[in-house]
Design a protein around this ligand. Structure first.
Ligand SMILES: [Zn+2]
Length: 165
């Protein structure tokens, strides 16, 4: 069992925000305009794979359902935000209609699919023994948590679990 410090949740989500913003900035028109069509495709295609890949990375690094969902939404929100700010930096003047026009249905679908990818990756990481939390104290019974200090033998006197200590 590989235990992951629960305090790492915030850095993981912050990294997701950063990744979303960077991926978004890479594919913005100012960097794309001077390029040929094939060069643009060479950027746009990996970008579309990069977001789900980042979502999966969240699940692998920090296999907790809540973090997968928050992290993936944060990733896509940052991606969306950078593009929206590029199109209209006057955030205070955004109308709901404008916000909706920034939001492509493909991005929404991609976010939902990426949430699932992230959860699947987290399930895989858990199956491989990655677990968010603190390792149990070695003197507590693994089955029922009974304090085995001072208990004679390898069997838990509380629940009968073998090799509890
Ligand atoms: Zn026990």
């Amino acid at each position: 069992m590989r235990w992951i410090n629960p305090k790492h949740e915030l850095p993981v989500i912050a990294s997701a925000v950063l990744a979303g913003a960077v991926i978004s900035a890479i594919a913005l028109p100012p960097t794309m305009q001077a390029l040929s069509v094939s060069q643009r495709v060479a950027i746009v295609v990996p970008v579309n794979f990069a977001l789900p890949a980042c979502a999966m990375a969240i699940g692998l690094v920090f296999p907790l359902k809540r973090s997968c969902l928050i992290g993936t939404v944060a990733l896509f929100f940052a991606f969306w935000m950078v593009r929206a700010l590029y199109r209209d930096p006057a955030i205070w003047a955004w109308t709901p209609k404008e916000v909706l026009s920034f939001t492509s249905p493909i991005l929404v679908v991609s976010m939902l699919v990426s949430c699932i990818f992230s959860l699947v990756a987290a399930a895989g990481a858990k199956a491989l023994g990655r677990q968010v939390g603190r390792p149990p104290e070695p003197w507590l019974c693994r089955a029922c948590g009974y304090d085995l200090r001072g208990a004679a033998g390898a069997t838990c006197p509380e629940c009968g679990h073998l090799g509890g200590g």
